[in-house]
Ligand binder design. Structure first.
Ligand SMILES: Cc1cc2nc3c(=O)[nH]c(=O)nc-3n(C[C@H](O)[C@H](O)[C@H](O)COP(=O)(O)OP(=O)(O)OC[C@H]3O[C@@H](n4cnc5c(N)ncnc54)[C@H](O)[C@@H]3O)c2cc1C
Ligand SMILES: NC(=O)c1ccc[n+]([C@@H]2O[C@H](COP(=O)([O-])OP(=O)(O)OC[C@H]3O[C@@H](n4cnc5c(N)ncnc54)[C@H](O)[C@@H]3O)[C@@H](O)[C@H]2O)c1
Length: 483
């Protein structure tokens, strides 16, 4: 029986980062994944293909130029499904090649097959060989479960892989429908709804909640919702799909519990995902998953109740991002091999790749209020920055929240072009305990959208001075809190 120091189930962001980290620490490592190529959901049906689709839609539609040349501007006429598929295939090949090379040069062994526990320290891998299923047994000192998730498919919905599909189905067979109904206004739903609308496809988005993306700052989400409505995206909030009928021409019709009906050529379900733990035979390892297939871990060490078995990535639930999964995987491997980290003490950024994109770090205004903090907010509008003028940008805001007495940065929320990159400036200042003073007392490149930080900081500073009636002196030169 083969034996490894570290066996990783799943080659998505958590698994890949953990495997390479453990190999760098001198351990023998095996990664098992049940897909024919490495990369996990992230590379096959999640982050990478959906962001490639977005980039393709923005480039071919000429979206970024429409502020200048008008809404009818097109970079390419007659965009077709092939345009989407070609670019996705190229990105996929590149991502897989890079990852395979990383594994190879770090001496990480890779096995294609479905793993399951046989005991707390041994696994069985089912592999297909020449049409037969063969089983291989593997022993491991430490194990990481990084098997990710699969789309949640409500039992009463007639998924058929053709015109009622989930987001994995879509990526495996990308196409441009004449009209689209997206069910589920979470991150995936909002991203796809806005991406398809860029391609001039009529979109309706249905969600049972009264508002979208409740974990984000309301002002920022309201800005996005305004832009979505302005582009003609239909929002059916407080809407739960009771069933789906098919019209005489075969198009699906969603019937909502309150009697509303919404039809389109394609219905895309994005109503959350469930942990892929079903086939792991967790009982043999003394583990159990919750009703949504997720595993509980110590959020500092990523150990399950079995100290030598770790879990990381989407299988442990919120925040379920590739970005956080990568770090959780690294933290798990570091802990397993004697190099503990402290990632739980840092505020991670969240990026939503809607059109326009949104990103945030730290507290939203609603959270600051709930915590009873004395705070002040400042807002910069991209259309008031020179870079915004040059880019023809008539939308987008950067909102900053800071503590009124210490001036410590509490949160940054951005909607607009470049939000997912710009956020890292705020993230650095926030996680280093910095204050408003940093943004005011430092020069920024000009013209840039990052100038928005300075504008928002000045907005707060002006308010603070108006409220106190005094000139507030700033602390120059340091990112550290001035209080
Ligand atoms: C449409 C979409 C868009 C997204 N966009 C973003 C984004 O823009 N930014 C972001 O940060 N995150 C994004 N995410 C989330 C991101 O993809 C996930 O957070 C990330 O993939 C989770 O990584 P993971 O390590 O948990 O494993 P996953 O990427 O889920 O991979 C797990 C792998 O394990 C395999 N596996 C499962 N069971 C077994 C088994 N028994 N044996 C062997 N292998 C097994 C699976 O087949 C899979 O290959 C998106 C997700 C989706 C669906
Ligand atoms: N940019 C990113 O970082 C990114 C992008 C895409 C996905 N992801 C991750 O992927 C995961 C899955 O995303 P998701 O959007 O599917 O899940 P989600 O849990 O974020 O959202 C699900 C949405 O579906 C709605 N919903 C639930 N049941 C419904 C029903 N019966 N009918 C209609 N709507 C219903 C919910 O109200 C919710 O708004 C998330 O955890 C997310 O963090 C991240």
């Amino acid at each position: 029986m083969a034996r490894y120091d570290f066996v990783v189930l799943g080659s998505g962001p958590a698994g890949r980062r953990a495997a390479i980290q453990a190999a760098k620490l001198g351990q023998s490592v095996l990664v098992i994944d049940d897909r024919s190529k490495v990369g996990g959901v992230s590379v096959h049906t999640g982050t990478i293909p959906s962001k490639t689709l977005r980039e393709t839609a923005l480039n071919l539609s000429g979206w970024r130029e429409r502020g200048f040349y008008g809404r009818s501007f097109r970079a390419k006429e007659n965009i077709g499904s092939d345009d989407l598929a070609v670019r996705m295939a190229k990105t996929f090949d590149h991502e897989v090649a890079v990852l395979e090379h990383q594994f190879a040069r770090n001496g990480v062994a890779v096995c294609v097959g479905r793993g399951r526990f046989e005991s707390p320290n041994s696994l069985v891998v089912e592999r297909e060989m020449a049409g037969n299923v063969v089983e291989e047994r593997i022993e491991a000192d430490k194990i990481l479960i990084a098997v990710g998730t699969a789309p949640h498919r409500p039992a009463h919905i007639p998924f058929n892989g053709k015109n009622v599909i989930d987001s994995d189905d879509f990526i495996l067979n990308p196409r441009l429908p004449r009209s689209l109904v997206v069910v589920g206004g979470g991150v995936i739903g909002v991203e796809y709804a806005t991406i398809f609308s860029v391609l001039d496809i009529p979109v309706t988005l249905i969600d049972p909640r009264p508002s979208l993306l409740e974990f984000l700052d309301r002002e920022v989400v309201d800005h996005l919702v305004h832009l979505m409505r302005d582009r003609g995206i239909g929002l059916r909030l407080n809407g739960d799909v009771e069933n789906i009928r098919f019209a005489a021409n075969g198009d699906p019709v969603c019937v909502l519990t309150d009697g509303r009906m919404v039809s389109g050529e394609l219905v895309l379900f994005t109503v959350g995902r469930v942990g892929a733990t079903e086939h792991l035979n967790l009982a043999a390892a003394g583990l159990t998953a919750d009703a949504r297939g997720r595993l509980e871990v110590n959020r500092k060490t990523f150990q399950t109740v079995q100290p030598h078995i770790y879990a990381a990535g989407d299988v442990i639930g919120f925040p379920s991002l590739a970005s956080t999964s990568l770090e959780q995987g690294r933290a798990a491997a570091c802990h397993a091999f004697g190099r503990p980290t402290s990632i739980e003490d840092q505020s991670p950024p969240y990026g939503v790749y809607s059109v326009p994109e949104m990103s945030c770090v730290g507290l939203s205004e609603e959270e600051a209020r709930k915590q009873g903090l004395s705070y002040e907010c400042g807002v910069a509008r991209f259309r008031e920055t020179s870079r915004g003028h040059i880019m023809g940008m008539d939308y987008g805001i950067l909102k900053m929240i800071c503590d009124r007495s210490t001036r410590k940065l509490l949160g940054v929320h951005i909607v607009g072009e470049g939000a997912s990159e710009l956020i890292h400036i705020g993230q650095a200042v926030l996680n280093l305990g910095g204050t408003l003073d940093y943004f005011i007392e430092n020069s920024f490149n000009y013209p840039t959208l990052a100038e928005g930080y300075k504008i928002a900081a000045l907005d707060i500073w002006n308010r603070l001075q108006a409220q106190s009636g005094e000139v507030i002196s700033l602390q120059v030169g340091s990112v550290a809190a001035s209080a």
